[in-house]
Design a protein around this ligand. Sequence first.
Ligand code: KIV
Length: 264
Amino acid sequence: MHTKKVTINYLKNSKQKLTMITAYDALFASIFDGFVDMILVGDSLEMSFGGKNDTLEASMDSMIYHTKAVCNGAKLSYIIMDMPFGSVISKEIALKNSVRAYKETNADAIKIEATFNNLEIIKHIIDNGISVVAHIGLIPQNSRCESGYHIKGKSDNEADSLLNLALNLEQAGVTMIVVEGVVESVASKITNSLKIPVIGIGSGANTNGQVLVWSDMFGFFDKFKPKFVKRFLNGKELVQKALTNYIDEVKKGEFPSKEHYYKG
Ligand code: KIV
């Protein structure tokens, strides 16, 4: 449990595995704060909470709204704001939106889904004083153009290209890399080749840490469950059981009882 604000130096020098979880509001951010090293305000909120099929509808306004809420609830964990689809498509647009993210929230860093195409844009943002976490491998914002979600690094070509991209991103100055949906041996090689922390999701155990979407890992989101998700709680079942108790007690007139009354 952290008692002081987590800094990038702490994350870079930690000898222990790092933990990251998503949060989208002050309430849950305050529950997770200090337990995990990092909280990610992911655009996954479009799917887990917005009921959408992908993350593409997230906007700068909505990401800023949710990041502000998370920053209100969390004072210890390192906070990362996801940059939504279309928000970093040119140097000018990317810098304007990244500066906005820093000015309007207390996020410690922003996260960008990275390819060779936006490497120079990412460098431009970093050169202007903003910490960037790069997200590589299976990048969810590509799901429409790739017709779904596909594991990356299966061929030698793809594996080499991912390693090369990670090395270039480190060279450009990114703070950390999130590696999603990458075969375990490739994620492992990337981790061993970089000095900055590599955080995995669906990429095996040999990265410097792990990230999961909270509603997946606590069993609230059950539309589908990717192979890499472990349910640490049966959240939906527990909430529905409590809800059934509430409904029963209201119907039987057992709730509210005297202890919940105001006396005149
Ligand atoms: O949006 C998100 O929650 C993410 C994680 C899955 C890494 O990008």
